[in-house]
Design a protein around this ligand. Structure first.
Ligand code: SAH
Length: 248
C-alpha cells in the first residue's frame, strides 16, 4: 500500500464523522417519526371524509413541507397534531387542516403570483411556494419576519419574499396578484388588498372579531368583488394600520 498523507487522513476522518452523525440512529428515528406523523396527518386530518381536502397538488405539498421545521424545537413532537401551536410573540402556526383548506380554496396555479398577509412561522408560505410561481409575504412582528425568512432560506425556498411591515396596505410594488391569502383577521376586508388583486383573482380571508369570525372566499370579476362565507374560524386579529383603528 502507498503512503497516505496526513491531509488525506484528516479528510477521511472528517467525512467519516459527518456520515456517522448523519446516520446516527437518533437522527434516523426522529426523521422517520416525522415522516410517519406527516403521513398520518394527511390521512386523518385532510383526506378523511369529514375533512374532504381533495386537491392532489395541495395534498402533495402538505406531505412534502416539513412542518416540524417551522415550530419551536420544544414543540416539534406535536408539529403534526390537529391543532395550532404557539410560535412566540403571542402568535400561532395554523392547524394543518386550516392551511390545507385555505390553500385549496385559493385554487393555486404554477404561474400564480400570491400575496400572503401574516407570515408567522413561514409554513403557509412554504406550502404555497410548492404550488405557485412566486410568494410575497408580509409579517408585522419584525423578529417573526426575520426568523421565517431565515427558515425558508435554510429549507431552500427561493421563490418566497418576506417583508416586515403592516400587511393592511398590501405590497403595491409587486401587485397585481393572482391570489391573496390573509392569515390574521381584520374587522373588514382591507380595500388595498382588493385593489391589488388581478381581475379574475381569488382572496381567502378571515373577517370579524375574535369569537365571531368567518372565512370568506372573495372573487374579483369585472372590477367587482363577490364574497361568500365558507367556514367559522378563529384567527389572531390583524393589528396595525386601519385594521384596528376603530378600536383605538
Ligand atoms: N401563516 C402563518 C400563521 C399566521 S398567525 C403560519 O403559517 O405560521 C397570524 C400572523 O399575522 C401573526 O404572526 C401576526 O403577527 C400577523 N399579523 C397580524 N396583523 C398583521 C398585519 N397587519 N400585517 C402583517 N401581519 C400581521
Amino acid at each position: 500500500m502507498g503512503k497516505v498523507s496526513p491531509g488525506t487522513v484528516a479528510v477521511l476522518w472528517s467525512s467519516l464523522l459527518v456520515s456517522a452523525c448523519y446516520f446516527a440512529p437518533e437522527f434516523r428515528v426522529a426523521e422517520a417519526n416525522f415522516t410517519a406523523a406527516c403521513q398520518r396527518m394527511v390521512r386523518q386530518q385532510l383526506t378523511a371524509p369529514d375533512r374532504g381536502i381533495t386537491n392532489v397538488q395541495v395534498l402533495a405539498a402538505m406531505y412534502k413541507v416539513p412542518r416540524h421545521e417551522f415550530v419551536p424545537p420544544a414543540l416539534r413532537a406535536q408539529a403534526y397534531e390537529d391543532h395550532p401551536l404557539p410560535i412566540g410573540y403571542e402568535q400561532t402556526i395554523s392547524q394543518p387542516f386550516i392551511v390545507a383548506f385555505m390553500t385549496e380554496k385559493l385554487e393555486p396555479k404554477r404561474t400564480d403570483k400570491v400575496l400572503e398577509i401574516g407570515t408567522g412561522s413561514g409554513y403557509q408560505a412554504a406550502v404555497l411556494a410548492e404550488l405557485v410561481g412566486e410568494v410575497f409575504t408580509i409579517e408585522i412582528v419584525e423578529p417573526l419576519a426575520h426568523r421565517a425568512a431565515a427558515d425558508l432560506k435554510r429549507l431552500g425556498y427561493t421563490n418566497v419574499r418576506v417583508r416586515a411591515g403592516d400587511g393592511y396596505k398590501g405590497w403595491p410594488e409587486a401587485a397585481p396578484f393572482d391570489a391573496v391569502i390573509v392569515t390574521c383577521a381584520p374587522e373588514q376586508v382591507p380595500q388595498p388588498l382588493v385593489d391589488q388583486l388581478k381581475d379574475g383573482g381569488r382572496m381567502i380571508i378571515p373577517v370579524g372579531p375574535v369569537g365571531d369570525q368567518k372565512l370568506y372566499v372573495l372573487r374579483k370579476q369585472g372590477g367587482k368583488a363577490e364574497q361568500r362565507a365558507v367556514l367559522p374560524v378563529r384567527f389572531v386579529p390583524m393589528t396595525g394600520g386601519k385594521s384596528s383603528a376603530t378600536k383605538r
